[in-house]
Design a protein around this ligand. Sequence first.
Ligand code: GLN
Length: 527
Amino acid sequence: MAMSSAEEYSSQSSLFRAFARDGKVPRQLILDSFSASGILDDDPRAKTLFKAIRAAEPLLSQEQFLALHSVSPALFEQVLAGQMAIPQFTEFSEQIENIFDRVSGNKGGQLANYIPQLERVDPEKFAASVCSVDGQRFSLGDSDDFFCVQSCSKPITYCLALEEQGEEVLHRYVGTEPSGKTFNELTLNAKGLPHNPMINAGAIMCGALIKNDADASDRFDYVMSKWKECAGNMKIGFDNAVYLSERQTADRNFALAYFMREKKAYPADVNLLDVLEFYFQCCSIEITTRAMAVIASTLANGGNCPLTGAQVFRPDHVKNCLSLMSSCGMYDFSGEFAFRIGIPAKSGVSGAIMLVVPNVVGMAVWSPRLDELGNSVRGVDFCRQLAARFKFHTFDSTTGLTDDRIDPRRNLYESRLGGANAFCWAASEGDVAEMRRLVARGVNANVGDYDGRTALHLAASEARLNALRYLVELGVDLNCQDRWGNTPLDDAMRQADADSNTYEPIISMLREHGGTSNKTVPSRQNK
Ligand code: GLN
C-alpha cells in the first residue's frame, strides 16, 4: 500500500533526525551506514546514489539530505534504518571471517586428478563470499580468482530446463530421488531414467531439454547470459582447456549418455554428441566466489537477483531446485549433510560449494582439495562451522531457546526484548549505530519502559558516553524521572559513589546540557 504524503514526510524526517547533529547530517555517517550494511561500491542499485553522496557537501541540511533520499528512496531508507535481511551485517561478517580463519589450517584431501587442469590448481587457494537476499556482500581470501564450476552448474542447468519444460514434463525424463551412488555411477532408476538432476546422468538429461532446436552456439550463449543474469551481471568466464580435457576424458559420461539412449530415456530428436558437448561446456564455465555467492542469493531469493531485481527463475522452480540440492547436492554425502548441516548446497570437483539459506543468504566457498567423495574438505569444514554457529538448518526452530547459536535474521536487541525496548537495550549497550537505525525507523527516543527507565537513564547508569552524547544531540528530555523519581543524573551520581572516574564524564555531560538531580539540590552550574 502506498504511503500517504504525511506518513512519508514523517518517515523521512525521522531518518533525518536520527542522523542529524546540530541540524546537519554528516555525509560520512551515510557512507558508513552503507559500508556497514554490506552495500558495496559496485552494487548496480547504488551507483547513482553513491555518486550523489560523494558529490554532496560534507554536512547536509535537511533539504540536501532529502534530495539524496529521493535518488534511491527504498534502498536509502532500508540501509539507514537497518532493515536489511541481515541487520547486524558487520557482526555477521566477523563471524564468517572467524570461521574462515579457523578452517584455513585444514590441509586435508587431494586435488581432483582426472584432468590435468584441475590437478594443476594451487591447492592452497581458499575463498568465501556471501550475498544476502538484500544484496549485502562480503568476501574473503582468493575471491577474485576464477575456477571452473563443474557440478555446481547442475542446479542452474536444472532451473533452465524447468523454465523451458515445466515441472510436469521435465520430470518425465529425470527423477527426484537421491541415487545413493557416486555422481557418475553407471546406474539409472527402475524406470530407466536418471535418479535426479544433481548427478551427471540427470544433468546430461536436463541439458537435452534446454533449447534443443537451437544451434549449439546459440544455446551456449543463452546459458551464459542466464548465468550472468543470476550473478547480477558480474563476469562469468569459460575455461576452454578444461572443456577440451573434459571432452577427452569422458568415457564415463559417454557411457551414461549411451546407457540412457539404450533405455530410450531421451525425448525425440536428441543429438547425443551435442548433448554431451553441452554438458562439458557447462562444467567448464568459470566463476569467482563473489559471483557464485550472488547466484546462490538469487536462489535464496526465489529466483530474483538481489542486485538487479531481475526475476531469472520462477519461485516454484527454485523451490524444486533447492529441494533437490538439499537431498542430492553433496554427492554421497548428501544425507549426512542434510542431517548435520541442513543447508541446500551443491558441490563441484573443482572444490566449490554453493550454499543457499532460503530467504536469508547465498554463499560460495572454494578450496580445491577434495575428500574421497569429491567434496571440498575445507569447504565442508566451513559448512560444519557455519551450522555450529548459526541457526541455518532448514529445520531449526526460530523461536526455540535451547541453544545459543545466532539467528542473523533477527535484530539482536529486538529479538531479545521485542519492539520498543530495543532502543533502551541499545543505549545500555552503548550501540549508537543501532540506536540511530531505530530512531530512523521512528522509535521515540524519550519513551521509557514499565518502570519509566528511559534510554538516557540506562546510558547514564551504564556509563555509555557515546550513547549519552547521541541522546543529548537528539534533544531527549534530560530530566525525565523513573518511577522512583530518579533522573539520569541521579543514576550517574549514585554510581559515582563507587566509581567516580568512570562516572565523572557522564555527570559533567549531563550537567553541561541542563541535567538536574531530583534527589540533590541542583548545582549552580546548571543552566
Ligand atoms: N566434470 C566432471 C564429470 O562430469 C565432474 C563433475 C563434478 O563436479 N562432479 O565427471
